[in-house]
Design a protein around this ligand. Sequence first.
Ligand SMILES: [Zn+2]
Length: 289
Amino acid sequence: MLHEIQPRVYHPEYINKKAGLSDYALCYRVNAILFIKDKKSKTLRIPSYRELKKDFPDTYNDMYKSSIYLCAVDKEEFFILNKEEFPFDYEDEEKCYSFEESISFRTFSPSYMAFVGVTGNHVYKWLKSRVYCGCCGTKNKLSERERAMVCPKCKNTEYPKISPAIIVAVRDKDKLLLVKPLNSTYKFYALVAGFIEIGETAEDAVRRECMEEVGIKIKNILPYKSQPWGFSGSLMLGFTADLDGSSELKLQEEEIGEAVWFERSEVPVPPGDISVGQEMIRSFKEGII
Ligand SMILES: [Zn+2]
C-alpha cells in the first residue's frame, strides 16, 4: 500500500524549522505539484532546495522563507513551498520544471516519495483552507510549536483535517461484492466505501453504507487494516464482513452505477496495489480473506 514504505521509516512529528539545501521542496497548485521533468527519459522527480537555488537564484530567498516543514523519511526531510506566485519558467537541454496532476503519484517512483507527496498535498489543501480564522475572520498564523494554524486575536487553533472513512469487503460465502461508483475518476470495480458520519462508530458506518449503497444487511464485521489516504484527506478504515440474509442488491441510483457478486475465481483484481481496497480485493481472490 502507498504508506507501506518499509524498510524506510516515516517520521510525521512536526519540527519548527526552515529547509536546508539537501531537503526536498513540495510546491502545490490546487491538484498539481511541481516536478523536474527529465526531457530524455520523461521521468519526474521532486526538486531539492539546492536545485531551486541554482535554477532560481533571484527568488530563492523567498522560496526558502516560505518553506513549511512536512515530515522526514529516514533522514531525508520534506518541506511544503507555500507560495504560489513563483513562475518556475526554467528549461535547458536536459530538464524543465513542470506542474503535473498529483494523481501521477499513483504510479510515481520511488514509492516512498509518492506517499510523502500525497501526504503533503493533504497538508497543503488544509493550509489553503485555513488562511483566515473560522471564528473571527482574522488572518491565521502558523503555530511555532505544533502543526496547527492559530488565530492571533481569538486564539482559535485549527489542526489538520483528517476525515475518517470506511471501506468493506462483503462476502457471500465464495463471492465478493464489488461496485462501480458514479461520478468517480476511478474506473475499476471497487469495494463499498464512504465517510463516517458525525457521532457514528466505524462499524455502524459499515452497516449504513452497505444498506444505503446496495440495500443489504451484513454481519461478522471485523477490522482489516487502516490506511492514511491523502488523495481525499481521509483515514481509510478497512473491514471485512459477511452477508446477512438476502443477497438481492438494490442500488442507490445517485451514487452507484453497478454492483455485482463475483465468484472468487472471477473477481476482477484492479491494477496497482497502493490502496487498502485494492489489497482486500486481491486478498479475497487469493483466498486470504
Ligand atoms: Zn479568531
